[in-house]
Ligand binder design. Structure first.
Ligand SMILES: Nc1ncnc2c1ncn2[C@@H]1O[C@H](COP(=O)(O)OP(=O)(O)OP(=O)(O)O)[C@@H](O)[C@H]1O
Ligand SMILES: [Mg+2]
Length: 244
């Protein structure tokens, strides 16, 4: 199968003389969950930011759907069908939940034919019914778990081909985290390609078809789910090169 997105030899960082990503290559297959695990500071979020164009790679290239998107302007990702759910909230806190949800959808409707805003909105509410009662609340007044739900609902409305998801369960109660994983399964079941970064290594392995392990800005191991199952703890420990 040919990759939907491929990074090849990417070097990138926040300062000119310090590379965080070092000659990094990986691919994301269409309609599959690809997992990315690694210790704090390994560069997982930096990798996503490089894909989204927040950081311009010094060397290497990023291709998506046959096009070179290296250093793309982040606001144009939506038009290509790429969506990013960041670790921190991306909601406008002083706007209503409804307006937060409609903003990207309205942009998409301006640039893409056949986007029925109202129909999509109703369909989204079927999958995220708890949002209906919150539509007129200010987004910033919602709890962390509720804000995460709105983030996922927003992504669902946009229906990207590729969704980059950074630490979706961090700081959430276990019950809410389970819901988050169910939404990711929902997205995947509808044919979305997903890059999943999560500190719950066991969960990432369970959900992903292919997994990359990252350490100090480099991919240090990769493989299919079956390669990671079995004595997961022992394997991941050795791949990460640490004791935990
Ligand atoms: N805005 C920034 N400016 C300068 N350095 C940064 C910035 N953001 C991250 N870094 C550095 O880049 C390195 C990789 O950070 P990154 O956030 O990508 O790691 P991560 O794997 O996502 O970690 P975590 O699991 O804690 O989220 C770290 O050394 C971090 O200190
Ligand atoms: Mg991170």
């Amino acid at each position: 199968m040919s990759a939907l997105l491929s990074m090849s030899g990417v070097t990138a960082g926040y300062a000119a003389d310090i590379d965080i990503l070092r000659n990094l290559s990986l691919s994301i297959e269409p309609a599959r969950i690809t997992g990315l695990i690694g210790l704090n500071g390994a560069g997982k979020s930096t990798l996503i930011k490089a894909i989204c164009g927040f950081l311009r790679p010094g060397t290497g290239s990023i291709h998506y759907d046959g096009a070179d998107i290296t250093g793309i302007a982040p606001h144009t990702l939506i038009d290509r069908g790429i969506w990013y759910i960041p670790q921190e909230s991306s909601l406008f806190p002083y706007m209503s939940v409804a307006d937060n949800l409609r903003l990207p959808l309205e942009r998409l409707a301006r640039t893409t034919a056949g986007v029925e805003i109202d129909a999509r909105f109703e369909e989204m509410l079927r999958h995220f019914p708890a949002i209906r009662a919150k539509l007129h609340d200010q987004a910033g007044d919602l709890s962390g778990g509720q804000q995460k739900m709105v983030e996922f609902a927003k992504a669902y409305l946009v229906r990207p081909r590729l969704c980059l998801i950074d630490e979706p369960s961090i700081g959430l109660a276990p019950k809410i985290a389970l819901e988050v994983y169910q939404w990711i399964e929902l997205f995947s079941g509808q044919g979305m390609a997903i890059l999943l970064v999560d500190h719950n290594v066991r969960r990432v392995v369970q959900m992903s078809e292919y997994i990359y392990v990252m350490s100090l800005g480099e991919i240090t191991a990769e493989g299919k789910r079956a390669d990671f199952e079995g004595d997961l703890h022992e394997q991941v420990r050795s791949w990460l090169g640490v004791n935990f």
